[in-house]
Design a protein around this ligand. Structure first.
Ligand SMILES: Nc1ncnc2c1ncn2[C@@H]1O[C@H](COP(=O)(O)OP(=O)(O)OP(=O)(O)O)[C@@H](O)[C@H]1O
Ligand code: SF4
Ligand SMILES: [Mg+2]
Length: 345
């Protein structure tokens, strides 16, 4: 997808640098049910992203992906850690996020119907950011709107349509065009294709790749399964129950996963080889049977209750990071010590 493919960008991350990010939600209460106690949605998380690169953030439902995305977008205030993005120290923002930051870091969410104003036609939806951020008016603005529409593969007549009149894929194209309108450096894509049919998913992912080649924009691509992000990402970070447990070049993560949880996620991606399909079916059954309940354990590896390789040490201490041959790192006691290849375990 970009020149970064196969490399680890952590050393030279110039666009996004997240350190020790922690987000804790107070327990929710309602008239009919109560959930006392705080939820640690994101725990001590580091992320790096270089200009023009795509980083996948992958994990099951509830692992903390959207919370991480929302913290970077400053839609919520973290409990701890630092975020530097596009040259801004996000923690220093007051109640009002600077317009320049909103311009540099844009977002596309899973449900475009929810994020596009239903009372406005597409032409007005795309014109608005051009007026707010660049002060464009009249024919100059119309010309730019037409270019944006063309860039995302929509025809001119869509300008007069309302969001509900478009298909899911077309609406997501509008969301991408709206994000592109302000020429961002980074777009946070939170499950941008999860609600779309499989055939439409690949069209939208291809569009995102075309856009990146043309504009050099970077993506943080949030998804719950590896099948979607595998080919679109340069690097992948795998998140499990509030923590990143493995990260590295996308090819290495998908071909030689080091963490047992990454292996389990890969088992959800259909393999053409019948022998491997059998292994995958067994692994999927195991994962379903051991779905986590309750709070994340205070000590030890968060995956310990589901892990087929669990050892006594796994429930005692959270594993340190270990480098992985082929790039990246893993937090798993199987790999503690010197760099290992996943096959050695
Ligand atoms: N506003 C909130 N108040 C309380 N708890 C929350 C809130 N938002 C998220 N959580 C909790 O934080 C945890 C992480 O949620 P998050 O939405 O970040 O996960 P996710 O990885 O994006 O999942 P999904 O794949 O379902 O979108 C979950 O346990 C969730 O219930
Ligand atoms: S640390 Fe232990 S329980 Fe956790 S993934 Fe590694 S082997 Fe499994
Ligand atoms: Mg989410």
């Amino acid at each position: 997808m970009t020149i970064m493919k196969g490399s680890s960008a952590a050393a030279g991350a110039d666009l996004l640098r997240v350190r020790n990010l922690t987000v804790t939600f107070a327990g929710r209460r309602s008239a009919t049910w109560r959930r006392p106690g705080a939820v640690v949605a994101v725990n001590d998380l580091d992320l790096d992203l270089t200009s023009g690169e795509t980083l996948g953030l992958v994990g099951e439902s509830g692992s903390g992906k959207s919370t991480t995305a929302r913290a970077i977008l400053r839609l919520l205030r973290p409990s701890g850690g630092t975020i530097e993005a596009a040259g801004f120290a996000v923690g220093a923002f007051g109640r009002r996020v600077p317009l320049e930051y909103r311009r540099a870091v844009q977002a596309v969410f899973q449900d475009p119907l929810g994020s596009l104003d239903p009372t406005k036609v597409i032409g007005d939806i795309l014109a608005e950011p051009l007026a707010v951020h660049f002060g464009l008016r009249g024919t100059e603005r119309d010309r730019r709107v037409a270019t944006l529409l063309d860039q995302v593969g929509l025809a001119g007549h869509h300008l007069r349509r309302y969001p509900y009149e478009l298909s899911g894929g077309q609406r997501q194209r509008v969301s991408i065009a709206r994000a592109l309108a302000v020429e961002p450096k980074l777009i946070i894509l939170d499950e941008p294709v999860s609600a779309l049919d499989v055939s439409v998913q690949s069209q939208v992912v291809n569009l995102l790749e075309d856009v990146q080649e043309r504009t050099g924009v970077a993506y943080l691509f949030v998804a719950h399964d590896l099948a979607v992000v595998r080919h679109a990402c340069d690097r992948i970070a795998v998140m499990y129950r509030s923590r990143i447990v493995e990260e590295g070049p996308a090819d290495r993560i998908c071909e030689a996963p080091a963490h047992p949880y990454t292996e389990a996620l890969l088992a959800a991606v259909p393999d053409p080889d019948p022998a491997r399909q059998r292994i995958q079916r067994t692994r999927r059954r195991e994962m379903r049977a051991t779905a986590p309940v309750g709070a994340v354990p205070a000590a030890g590896c968060p995956f310990a209750s589901r892990c087929p390789h669990r050892m006594p040490v796994c429930t005692e201490s959270f594993p340190d990071w270990s480098p992985v041959t082929g790039g990246g790192r893993v937090a798993c006691h199987l790999h503690s010590g010197s760099p290992t290849t996943p096959e050695e375990t």
